[in-house]
Design a protein around this ligand. Structure first.
Ligand code: XMP
Length: 513
């Protein structure tokens, strides 16, 4: 069945995939296309609507990106966002200039007033905050357009030609900072384009499976499975698509949480694919013996991981495709360029040099985290895998402060398991973004029964966050903390003191190392 399609025409803005994601969220299929794609090709997709994205240019520059003006003759509605709005305004006879004074140049959250008789703002409040980022100004609005929203500084924050179904907004409805932004996109799709909402994650799965089959043909695929959400969903999707042509290598470095290795193995038992679990605990611990520096730990684990994976890959022989569970936020972050390295995050990104393969496939590359989880559910993965909180590649090695021993790791595993059980039992696991225990290398005096103890201090960490770039410490209820503390000191030998970490990121980081 062919789905109704919306084309997001990309003019180089930062949020273009986010726009696509919002359209999918509204139950409508969409494709992001560069603005250079010929109109004939776009017409072939029979779109029910176009969304023109933002972009870094000014429409009045000579080499600024443009569209074929015939796009406005197709009888297909257009929503222009920021640059896309200015581009449409200019193409249809309006005039755009650099904002002369600071008042017309708007950045950040801006109080905005909407004309709710306009379809774009139907059933929404008349006032709200919109997120602006523009230095240009629409001096003259094209004929046929009315002003549909304004701010204090700017009379034409939104323009509309309802007859032709053309709408332009100077702000970014796709970002969370814009109140009701998604509802505005929904209004465009449903009220203006007449969308039926005929697209679901189930459709995404089917389309992705078909695309993988077409690409892979009869070839062999290799995937490093970590047990995290992304690589697990990637594995399940590939297994669904190509079955036994897929081999997943799960390197068990012995730095996982309690029972995690067995859980991952059990979760993939039902799938028709080749699953290789490598028990590499001893060799990782040996390499890490005596190492206390966090960055050295990361480096050693990253390198050893590659070595183990490489050995397994050699046993399998040449493969056609190396699959990776890269998701869209990874794509953005790795593009971030010169940001200072705070922690050298270990991912499997370094593998390609070491393994004999022809091509990389990244079937989750355009999805956001919650979409990946949704896809995992669609594929039938168990909830404990799909809903799993992030877990660093170097695992518990960076949660045992200082030197690692198997004994310390086991102590931490037991304490962390209790912490996680209690958080879940208190129903707090959905509210808290990430939570885990850290075994510090500080020992202190305690009294247990009638005797003196001199044992380790365990730190509990829990943060709320949306993007893991910044985070606030979670206000866990005292009763929950009390229960967790009591259980851990009673049930886990070697720990006699529990502290709760009350620092945010920044200045701290989420992990301790
Ligand atoms: P930090 O500690 O930098 O953590 O505030 C931010 C997020 O990244 C995770 N993290 C890692 N993930 N390899 C990973 O794959 C790493 O070396 C690593 N270090 C931190 C951390 O758990 C949090 O979710």
């Amino acid at each position: 069945m062919k789905h109704q399609t919306v084309i997001v025409l990309d003019f180089g803005g930062q949020y273009n995939q986010l726009i696509a994601r919002r359209v999918r969220e509204c139950g409508v299929y969409c494709e992001v296309k560069p603005y250079t794609v010929p109109l004939e090709e776009l017409k072939g997709l029979e779109p029910i609507g176009f969304i023109f994205t933002g972009g870094p240019n000014s429409v009045y520059q000579e080499d600024a990106p443009h569209v074929d003006p015939a796009v406005f003759e197709l009888g297909v509605p257009v929503l222009g966002i920021c640059y896309g709005c200015q581009l449409m305004a200019q193409a249809l006879g309006g005039q755009v200039t650099a904002a002369q004074d600071d008042t017309a140049r708007e950045y950040g959250k801006t109080a905005t007033f909407f004309d709710t008789s306009c379809k774009l703002f139907k059933n929404l409040p008349e006032q709200g905050v919109s997120w602006m980022s523009h230095g240009d100004y629409m001096e003259k609005v094209p004929d046929g357009f009315v002003l549909a929203a304004h701010s204090e500084a700017c009379p034409n924050v939104a323009i509309a030609d309802e007859k032709r179904g053309f709408y332009g907004v100077q702000y970014h409805p796709e970002v969370n900072h814009t109140e009701n932004g998604v509802a505005m996109i929904r209004n465009f799709l449903y009220e203006v384009c007449g969308a039926a909402g005929d697209w679901t994650m189930g459709d995404y799965k089917r389309t992705a499976v078909e695309a993988i089959r077409e690409k892979v043909g009869g070839g062999k695929v290799l995937l490093a499975l970590s047990g995290g959400v992304d690589s697990s969903v990637c594995a399940a999707l590939l297994a669904e698509a190509v079955g036994r042509q897929l081999t997943c290598v799960f390197v068990d470095h012995g730095l996982m949480r309690k029972n995690e290795g067995d859980e991952v193995q059990a979760a993939f038992q039902p799938w028709a694919m080749n699953f290789v679990r490598v028990d590499a605990e001893a060799r990782f611990l040996q390499k890490l013996s005596g190492v206390t520096d966090p960055e050295r730990k990361r480096k050693i684990i990253g390198e050893e991981f590659i070595r183990v994976f490489e050995e397994e890959a050699k046993k399998i022989g040449a493969v056609d495709f190396l699959a990776q569970g890269t998701i869209y936020p990874d794509v953005i972050e790795s593009g971030a360029g010169d940001a200072a390295v705070i922690k050298s995050h270990h991912n499997v990104g370094g593998l390609p040099d070491y393994v004999d393969f022809k091509e990389i496939i990244e079937p989750l590359r355009l999805l956001f985290k919650d979409e990946v989880r949704q896809l995992g559910r669609e594929l039938g993965l168990p909830e404990y895998l799909v809903a799993r909180q992030p877990f660093p590649g170097p695992g518990l090695a960076i949660r045992v402060i200082g030197e690692l021993t198997k004994e310390k790791l086991d102590t931490l595993r037991d304490a962390d398991a209790i912490y996680r059980q209690e958080i879940a039992a208190a129903g707090l696991d959905r509210e808290v973004g990430q939570y885990f225990a850290v075994l510090t290398n500080t020992r202190s005096v305690g009294v247990m029964g009638d005797g003196r103890s001199y044992d380790y201090t365990l730190a509990l960490r829990a943060v709320t966050t949306t993007d893991f770039m910044t985070a606030d410490w979670a206000r866990l209820p005292y009763e929950a903390l009390d229960r967790i503390s009591t259980r851990i000191v009673n049930e886990v030998p070697g720990i006699n003191r529990i502290v709760y970490d009350v620092t945010s990121k920044p200045p701290a980081t989420i992990e301790w190392e």
